[in-house]
Design a protein around this ligand. Sequence first.
Ligand SMILES: [Zn+2]
Length: 196
Amino acid sequence: MAAQTEESDCAREQTKAEQDVDQVRQRAVRDQQRLDSGAVSSPKDLESLQHEIASLAKRQGDLEDVVLEVMERREAAQERVGELTERVSSVQAKVDDATGRREAAQQEIDGEIATVTKEREVVAASVPADLLALYEKLRVQQGGVGAARLYQRRCEGCRLELNITELNEVRAAAPDAVVRCENCRRILVRTSESGL
Ligand SMILES: [Zn+2]
C-alpha cells in the first residue's frame, strides 16, 4: 500500500510538473508572437520582451528536468509495486494452501472424534456404573488416563514397577476384581503379558 501511495503521489506530481511546463511554454509562445508581430517597437520594451523569452526558456528547461526526475521516481515506484504485488500473491498462495490443509486435517479429526466417541459409548455401556464412575474420577485426576495396562510388572500409567508385595496382591485378586496401582492409583488392566 505504501508503494502504491508513493506511485500515485508521483503521478500527481508529474501531472503538476507537466502543467507548469505547459504554462511556461504557452507564455513563451505568446511573447514570441508579440515579438514577431512587430507591435512592440520601443527598444526598451523589445529588450525586456527578449529577456523574458530567454528566462522563460531557461525556466522551461528547469521544469522539464523536474518532470524527468519525477518520471524516474514514478517508474521506480511502479517497479516496486509490481514486485510487491507478486510477493503478496505468492504469500497468499501459501496461506491458501495451508488453510486448505488445515481444513482437511480438521475434517479428518472431526471424523475421528465422531468414530471414537461412538466406540467409547459402546464400551462404556458394557462397564458397570460404579467402575465407570471410578474410572471417570481417576481420569480427571490423572491427566486423562484413568486406567493403565500392567505390562511386565510395570504400571504403564506412572511407569513404576510394582514391588513383590504389590505383585502378590494383584496375583491373589479375583480375575474380575478391580486392582489399582499403589503409586498412581490408576486402575490396572491385567493381560497375559502382565508378568504375574
Ligand atoms: Zn501407576
